[in-house]
Design a protein around this ligand. Structure first.
Ligand SMILES: [Zn+2]
Ligand SMILES: [Zn+2]
Length: 291
């Protein structure tokens, strides 16, 4: 009886993992699990990596508690005159960033992996403990087998997840934003009871013509952030470096914000480093002021 209940739980988790229907996503990708892990790891990640303004926006040093100005470079951390008279417009600069191999990208990834591992270890202790506490299994040979299977399963899922995160280095390429489209779509999905229902969603697509003539589609489901960030005519470079895996705009001088590649925070264009994770921001050469 214990084993059958545990098997149902096991089957449920495996089903969650395998019933993926999205081709673009890596193997074992599943929205529920992925969002769950993302949210949890984000919460823990924030504790380990730092949340809010934990790094100096100018020099990237870790902010010390209670300090209002950076002891390393002297800039203000917050307040009205944080940036002095500098305008955000133009601060992103023009040209490709020369920071695309900065060690912070690999370091961020390592920290992220640690958080995932902590979760895998935690879950492989927690789940068997709960099963033992609710008397679903006992510490007999059957129970120990169940625990072994569950622990092994968490490790397999964890390792596959980590491998899918890392990816491989891909070739860089450059291109021009040719078109943008908002596409309303409908798909059929199944609810918990197996009943089919129609699910409406929106695809925000940015079409980029690559130098070799082929078309690259940047698709974001129900999220217009990237769609709004890129303008038709923008010259872009794709960074295939496995710890980056992102698109960089050549001309960043027209934006007042800039994305942190590893953590995805939206930063002020005047920042040099992400205040949340301390990663360097990919900026171009500053534009000389017009005055
Ligand atoms: Zn500083
Ligand atoms: Zn960041």
């Amino acid at each position: 009886m214990g084993i059958s209940n545990s098997m149902t739980l096991l089957g449920f988790v495996i089903e969650l993992q395998v019933s993926s229907d999205e081709k673009r996503k890596p193997l074992f990708y599943n929205e529920h699990i992925s969002t769950f892990i993302d949210r949890r790891t984000e919460k823990m990640g924030r504790k380990i990596i730092g949340y809010g303004s934990f790094f100096c926006w100018n020099c990237g040093e870790r902010i010390k508690k209670g300090e209002k100005t950076c002891p390393d470079c002297g800039v203000k951390y917050s307040g009205k005159n944080k940036y002095g008279n500098d305008s955000a417009l133009g601060a992103g600069g023009i040209g490709w960033s020369d920071q695309n191999r900065h060690p912070c990208f690999k370091n961020y990834f390592k920290k992220y992996c640690c958080v995932v591992l902590v979760w895998v270890i935690g879950l492989s202790i927690l789940i068997p403990t709960i099963l033992l506490l609710i008397d679903d299994i006992e510490l007999d040979s059957e129970g120990i087998l169940v625990i072994k299977v569950i622990v092994a399963m968490f490790w397999v899922i964890g390792i596959v997840f980590l491998l899918s995160l890392r990816g491989r280095n891909k070739p860089d390429w450059e291109g021009v934003v040719e078109d943008k489209k908002v596409i309303q779509k409908t798909r059929t999905r199944k609810d918990k009871d197996g009943k089919k229902y129609k699910d409406n969603y929106t695809d925000y697509v940015v079409f980029i013509r690559k130098q070799d003539g082929s078309l690259y589609e940047l698709i974001r489901e129900n999220s217009s952030t990237m769609y709004e960030y890129f303008r038709v005519g923008d010259y872009v470079r794709y960074h295939g470096y496995r710890y980056l895996n992102c698109l960089e705009k050549y001309d960043k001088s027209l934006d007042t914000t800039i994305f942190c590649v590893p953590c995805g925070s939206i930063c002020d264009a005047r920042d040099n480093f992400c205040e949340s994770c301390g990663s360097v921001l990919l900026k171009g050469a500053p534009v000389p002021s017009e005055s």
